[in-house]
Design a protein around this ligand. Sequence first.
Ligand SMILES: [Zn+2]
Length: 552
Amino acid sequence: MKLCRTCHKQLHYNNLWLRCQQHAMHSQIKMTERSGKCNILKFVKVLSFAFIFVILVIFVAATVRTLTFDVNAGLQLAPWEKTNNIAYDINQQQRGELLANFKDAIRIPTVSTSRTDQNTTALRDFNDLLRKAFPTVFSSHLVQHEVVANYSHLFWVPGSDLALVPYMLLAHIDVVPAEESDGWDAPPFSAKEIDGFIYGRGTIDNKQSVMGILQALEYLLIRGYSPQRGFFIGLGHDEEIQGLHGAMNIVKLLKKKGVQLAFVLDEGLAVLDGVITGLQGPAALIGISEKGHATVKLSVSMAPGHSSMPPWESSIGILAGAVKRLEDNPMPRLFGEGPERGTFEHLAHKFGLPLKFVMSNMWLFSPLLGRVMERSPETNAFVRTTTAVTMFNAGVKTNVLPSQAEAYVNLRIHSSQSLQEVLDLIQSIVGDERVKMELMHGFDPLPISSYDETSFGFQIIKKTVLDQFPQVTVAPGICIGNTDSRHYTDLTKDIYRFAPTWFRPGDAQRFHGINERISKKNYEELVGFYFNLIQNCDIKDLPSPHSAVHEL
Ligand SMILES: [Zn+2]
């Protein structure tokens, strides 16, 4: 005899029953409920396992990448072609002469104030200075020289091997205005020495390169050097006001001659020492692109009227609303979609954990990093197209409603956006037909130059930097400002923007700011850099990264 398991009544049916009919039914319902819950639980369990598995796979992949990621793999291990390099050793007398030439250049106020206002007397004096400072360059049968647009200079040094594609070095002679009363520690055109630094407008933008390149060539010629690979030197006189006469006319001349260039090296980025938080050692950033640019005029026109009977909205109010909307709605976050990704990946191995882990895995972390970087204006510039309202004009009298209100917006376009996309976005953010939009000036971001193991220009610049400064990490970077080199895109696909000017914390503010300066040591290093670079360009081919791996 069997009893119901629940109520212990006697069971009347067969032995399979464990409960009376009533309780058996309850139990079945409970079983069905339980099995439903069971299925959901099972599903959640599978889902959790799958989730944990995916996280684990991502973590393992990211860890493997962190441990093995090496942008220098191969190339640094391969032997470089041997060239008969002349060593850069200068004696005391040359050191004095080199600094004196540089100081003379700083003392000439070659200021570009606006497109219609340049100090042409100073530019003429600068022409004379170059001839006086570099007599060998101007008298050597190896160098051809041409003055372009009165104050710019084009030099051509033919190479002995005609099969080698020439390259070009660029710099600019003009400077932005500077007033001692702005707070300079020394008059801005004095080239005064303070604690081993030469102070003056142009010391880091960009007379260090103008004088550095020609000084290096002067020394090379004196030492009997003649290049295998030909090269041009282009010195513009109006870069600070867009290079419309200097750089553009030099390019016109070269185009007429059918010149194509292996690469161009212009001003731009520098060696950053202690500037990037968390990075071990200094970083030499070679600019491989520049942000694009747009200046947009927004205007509202209305019938003028007396302030005693104002309409509900004034031209000023409508325009102010549009400007506010532009500030409240920044352009989309694009961090990691442009070449800034390469910068972080090249620097990753010089960071400690956990930053090394993050930077080796930009494919995973760039959205997160973008959010962190947009918090400061300095780093936000790398995250998106920036929007800056720079001018706002309206009204002439306190009791008259102005008929016209206008504002200028200056935008620096991220590498992965086009000028047209930005203009469309402004239109939709402003969203008011009464606000007229006019593009005053603009261009797309510059093409991205190559920086892989087969990129001749990038690797030659990198080798020259590492030979001279072994403690430095070289990485590609983006220029957020613009240079003369943007006019050269028809002559080459590879444009680099770099000089080994050392920037320590606070130095970036000296650029176009007060107390612009360079150390005497750094200027000597710059001459050495160009001295070695010109010779390194005689290398015919880069070492093959693959053969190097096999040799191991
Ligand atoms: Zn400059």
